[in-house]
Design a protein around this ligand. Structure first.
Ligand code: 3PG
Length: 306
């Protein structure tokens, strides 16, 4: 069995070594494709793979057509908007993710970027603090829960909106459940976005929501750039000169936003939320183990394309 590890943005070397160990201990062969230049490289490498581990790498119909032996794709991470789930299903290919394995890393980056923003990019001017401030978490999944935990350490007042999570679960974490998205934006100076990119959520956060934020509002996006309506964001930042936007992975209109708003916006040049040795090791090993468990025993708990 051949397991292709295809990571345009490579895992830490220690993670690669651990993944190799799991795969080789199972008697399988690992093929490593890192920092590849084009989608074609992935398509070619996938041709004789039985299993593929990816990160944000795009597994589209072309890759799936080419990969005649493919049985399983594991996204080492949470979001799977980069995989053509329906075509995978048509080809009988199982798609899984590794929920929770990189969420602490993403949550820590939320605060890394937030502190940079409220300290004015460390430009020597007086900034502000997080203590006692309101934080609204949009979606209380694995990352949202870690964000809440860390926010408590900053002594923030934490609320969360998640229509798929019972209020009791949110309340048990010491977080105030919020009923509507308008309330989340209206009542929280800081809002951290953790919704997945789906047809329903794409472009769903725009002018109408962002303009509701209280004075000195900071919108933090470590989810996907696609959930933001970029024209609406631009308009809100133009009208509300007190607002800031920080994001892990830059929006399409990043240059324009930077030129117009300078230190009021911050973007990582590459998606960096999950880019820690710990998250790479956790997600990478989980992915390798899930492949072995599926190929050997049909264990399929984390399938996302049923
Ligand atoms: C995820 O969905 O798990 C995160 O966005 C991390 O993506 P990455 O593995 O490409 O860094």
């Amino acid at each position: 069995m051949k397991v292709l590890v295809a990571t345009q943005k490579p895992f830490a070397p220690a993670a690669v070594a651990s993944i190799r160990q799991v795969i080789e201990d199972a008697g399988y062969e690992m093929i490593l494709l890192e920092k590849y230049a084009s989608a074609e490289d992935l398509t070619k490498a996938a041709a004789d793979a039985d299993a593929i581990i990816i990160r944000s790498d795009v597994v589209d119909a072309k890759v799936l057509e080419a990969a005649k032996n493919l049985k399983i794709v594991v996204r080492a991470g949470a979001g799977y908007d980069n995989v053509d789930l329906a075509t995978a299903k048509e080809h009988g290919v199982v798609v899984q993710n590794t929920p929770g394995q990189n969420s602490n890393a993403v949550a820590e980056l939320v605060f890394g970027m937030t502190v940079i923003a409220i300290r004015n990019m460390y430009d020597g001017t007086s900034g502000t603090e997080l203590r006692g401030k309101t934080l609204g978490i949009q979606a209380f999944g694995q990352v949202g829960r870690n964000v809440a935990r860390i926010a408590k350490g900053f002594d923030m007042v934490v609320s969360a909106l998640d229509p798929f999570c019972p209020d009791e679960v949110i309340a048990e974490a010491g977080v105030n459940p919020v009923k509507t998205v308008n309330d989340l934006y209206l009542n929280n100076q800081f809002v951290s976005i953790h919704i997945p990119a789906t047809p329903e959520t794409k472009g769903s956060i725009g002018y109408d929501l962002i303009r509701l934020m209280p004075a000195g509002g900071v919108l933090i996006n470590t989810a996907r750039k696609e959930v933001i309506d970029e024209a609406g964001l631009m308009r809100a930042l133009e009208e509300r000169t007190d607002l800031k936007y920080v994001a892990d992975v830059k929006p399409d209109n990043a240059d324009e936003l930077k030129a117009k708003f300078g230190h009021r916006v911050f973007f990582t040049p590459k998606k960096m939320g999950a880019q820690t040795a710990e998250a790479n090791i956790n997600a990478g090993i989980a992915a390798a183990r899930q492949i072995v468990a599926y190929l050997r025993d049909g264990e399929n708990r984390y399938q996302v394309n049923r």
